[in-house]
Design a protein around this ligand. Sequence first.
Ligand code: 13P
Length: 264
Amino acid sequence: MTEPRRPLMAGNWKMNVNHFEAIALVQKLAFALSDKDLEAVDVLVLPPFTDLRSVQTLIDGDRYRIAYGAQDISVHESGAYTGEISGSMLAKLGCSYVLAGHSERREHHAEVDEIVAAKVRSAQRHSMIPILCVGERLEIRREARHVEYVLGQVEAALGDLSTEALSAIVFAYEPVWAIGTGEVATPEDAQEVCGAIRGLVSQRSESAGESVRILYGGSVKMSSVAGIMAQPDIDGCLVGGASLDPDEFIGIVRYRLLAQADQV
Ligand code: 13P
């Protein structure tokens, strides 16, 4: 029998929260989340680079069961790359996850599929879990090409990755039109693409298809999380704006309780 997939709720803080504020935010999450919450769900924060050392010191010092990671990684190992942050630097800071190919990086920093593929490999070289972000822009959805487009992004990033490496990736489907717009995809829309991603992974390796976690991201809130998490191929959420509000993010982590309340 295969193990059930552990839900993962990840907060992408983007370019918000300085290192003082980061300490306060992580403390609020840690105080509010019970052992029961953290047994049921993996909780991850993705602060800006400049916060990572403070977050590490707090989480390690107080033994919080919250994981942390980075929003980006260099494709290079070291050298004359002004402004870049290497995988070894992030690993040394105890990061366990790294985003690769977030749509804001693709859009504002010209991250093409080849770079995203190199970032996935860069994270894995340093034993961190890449969260491979994919998603279509609105015009592609309007043309009903979203599934083929997203699968193309996934294929390009995976390349000839081994089954072992494939199993160590988290996927995040984030339709660009739903990011920061308040327009959340319907659970069915999200499931359609997440199911297709799992299908593609399964073609390469059945066991990887069963075990990899696929997240949805795009305007997730406490009010929308339960419907999304009820979908069979969605194992968690990548949360932007709502992860900056501790009450909202805690509510998202506790989506099970919201789902139960809906049924009463
Ligand atoms: P929002 O939740 O603010 O729409 O952001 C989603 C996102 O881009 C997470 O990576």
